[in-house]
Design a protein around this ligand. Structure first.
Ligand code: PLP
Length: 443
């Protein structure tokens, strides 16, 4: 019976194996593969036993059964959905966050980690132009971040159950509305794919039952930033809570050339950005910010005999007061460390490379011949493109072939009902030769 704990924990040479695995990963993450359910059943057969397999066999199941059958979302060639491309500095510190379970729900447990996380939150709020006093917490992801923020918005306007959202809003916004008992008032985006103040005003007309307006600082499907300033104007006029979902795109707050496009984000009552997307943190991190954090505290603070001690002086910052999560990883700490180590310029350069790669891809599609073209000029790091004559089934086959051939992990999407190709560039080291290979795959 192997000891679980202490210096005698029977883990063999696991520490060395893990260290090697992670180091190799940062030298180049494999694209990986997707296995069929039957194959996985065999690979994991009898892995959990009464006596344990011992380190050699346990590691074999883990490395060759589990990880080998998992796609590398951190690969330079993962260009689907929204990739996660952690900076090694952030990932190594995340390993410590995991190993020590930094108890980051409360100030009395984790004053150091919470202060460091808050330094990042203050930086983000300041880049956005939010007033002093803005604050929030890091949570596990954008979905729970949107849910937490919109729950606060709902409670400020208890009788107004309608939420104005664009037809491009992220799926998590719709699920959030369902969970919160709110209804969507869907506003169509125009030709350019953006949710504008003018379109919102037109749909509202004389209605007075809209409690929340949700905008995107980077819609996920096409990577387009809404008319944040115009939407803020309308939200202000009708007295609605203004939420900006910047899970993916708000990383461009680091780029001065995006200041114009992001104007208005600082007028949000709440906004989110996911460090695990374009801020190069490992998966499991979303920053939620509120203009008036006390409003969030009134909604999310958990009370109970064993946690009321969190509030002794009244001035402790308890992250768990600002979102629907009590026990939490210090999921902002890896980003904090990487910012401290590298500085913000390195982050800006890495984000900018994604924007450049999307433009390079768009130009390549537009010059590939009459059968291929970009759907809409990329603004962030997403490129949508057409291939004449291809239906949904052909696009799905295209994606499967690119994975089988080790070229890239891609996924098609739809744009206004039309099946199209989609690439997302996050990893700053994605070679442009991948774009050439993808162009060739469309011949
Ligand atoms: C990814 C995304 C979300 C959801 O975030 P998760 O971290 O995946 O839960 C919400 N909104 C937008 C705009 C996104 O891109």
């Amino acid at each position: 019976m192997g000891a679980l704990h202490g210096p005698g924990a029977e883990i063999g040479d696991l520490a060395g194996r893990v260290n090697r695995f992670i180091t190799d990963r940062f030298a180049g993450a494999p694209l990986g593969r997707t296995a069929a359910a039957d194959e996985m059943r065999l690979a994991l057969d009898a892995a959990i036993t009464a006596k344990g397999l011992g380190i050699a066999r346990a590691w074999d199941v883990f490395a060759n059964g589990v990880m080998a059958n998992t796609v590398g979302i951190d690969s330079e060639r993962f260009l689907a959905f929204i990739p996660v491309s952690p900076a090694p500095a952030a990932a190594w510190i995340d390993a410590i966050v995991g190993a020590t379970s930094v108890p980051a729900e409360s100030w009395i447990e984790a004053s150091g980690a919470v202060a460091a996380e808050n330094q990042v939150l203050t930086m983000l709020a300041s880049l956005a132009g939010m007033p002093t006093g803005a604050g929030g917490c890091f949570m596990s992801g954008g979905s729970i971040g949107n849910l937490s923020a919109l729950a606060v918005g709902r409670d400020q306007r208890p009788t107004q159950r309608l939420v104005a959202v664009a037809d491009t809003a992220h799926a998590s916004v719709h699920n959030t509305l369902h969970l919160l008992g709110l209804q969507a008032l869907t506003v169509p985006t125009g030709e350019d794919g953006r949710f504008t103040g003018a379109a919102l005003a037109e749909v509202i007309g004389g209605r007075d039952d809209i409690g929340i307006v949700v905008a995107s600082a980077g819609s996920t499907n096409a990577g387009l930033i809404d008319d944040l300033d115009g939407l803020a104007d309308v939200a202000e006029r009708i007295g609605a809570w203004f939420h900006v979902d910047g899970a993916y795109g708000a990383a461009t707050l680091l780029l001065p050339e995006f200041a114009d496009r992001l104007r208005g984000i600082g007028r949000a009552d709440s906004f989110i950005v996911d460090p695990h997307k374009w801020l190069f943190a490992p998966a499991g991190s979303c920053a939620v910010l509120y203009r008036e954090p006390a409003l969030a505290g009134a909604v999310h603070t958990q009370h109970g005999p064993y946690i009321d001690v969190f509030r002794q002086n009244g001035d402790e910052w308890n992250p768990s007061d600002y979102g629907y999560q009590l026990t939490r990883r210090a999921s902002g700490l890896p980003l904090w460390f990487a910012l401290v180590l590298h500085g913000t310029d390195a982050f800006a350069a890495a984000v900018r490379r994604g924007v450049e790669l999307a433009r390079i891809a768009s130009t390549a599609f537009d010059s590939a011949g009459p059968h291929v073209s970009t759907v809409i000029e990329p603004e962030l790091s997403v490129v949508l493109f057409r291939r004449l004559g291809w239906d949904r089934e052909r696009w799905v086959r295209w994606a499967r072939e690119l994975l089988d051939d080790g070229v890239a992990f891609v996924a098609p999407t739809t744009w206004r009902g039309e099946p199209v190709g989609r690439l997302v560039f996050m990893h700053p080291l994605t070679p442009t030769t991948v774009i050439d290979e993808i162009v060739a795959s469309l011949a």
